[in-house]
Ligand binder design. Structure first.
Ligand code: FES
Length: 145
């Protein structure tokens, strides 16, 4: 039921970990399944994402989608990263079963939450970016893991 790419990113997730002093960190959680995803972005002075890492406490599809999401945003500008939607992540993974679509949504929201944090830290407004509704970054950052 899972594509080879999903299985590959689940079994060999790329970019797992943290970025110290990241430009933006965002944590999102899905209240229904309880899965949590944290995304770290390192953004240079030209607004290009140099590094992306993640930690996911969640299902296999959540791990695979966060892995793919970090791969997709690396090297992109903020504007381009905003186009990395859950659909784009799913397509890059050759699809997900319908019950797992929300996992890819969490990956999209994790990118947005990290960008939101970056914008707040730098007192800028990113055109087209909204604070994700599942953003739980404020709630005890350290206690999550
Ligand atoms: Fe909820 Fe996968 S089951 S993120």
């Amino acid at each position: 039921m899972y594509s080879e790419k999903v299985m590959d990113h689940f079994q060999n997730p790329r970019n797992v970990g943290e970025i110290e002093d990241a430009s933006g960190v965002g944590t999102v959680g899905n209240a229904k399944c309880g899965d949590i995803m944290r995304m770290y972005l390192d953004i240079d002075e030209n607004g290009v994402i140099q590094e992306a890492k993640f930690k996911t406490f969640g299902c296999g599809a959540a791990v695979a989608t966060s892995s793919m999401a970090t791969e997709l945003v690396k090297g992109k500008t903020i504007e381009e990263a905003l186009k990395v939607t859950n659909k784009a992540v799913m397509e890059a993974l050759d699809g997900l079963p319908p019950v797992k679509v929300h996992c890819s949504l969490l990956a999209e929201e994790a990118i947005h939450a990290a960008l939101w944090d970056y914008a707040e830290k730098n007192h800028i407004k990113i055109e087209g970016l909204k604070k994700p509704k599942n953003d739980i970054s404020e709630e005890g950052e350290e206690e999550v893991y």
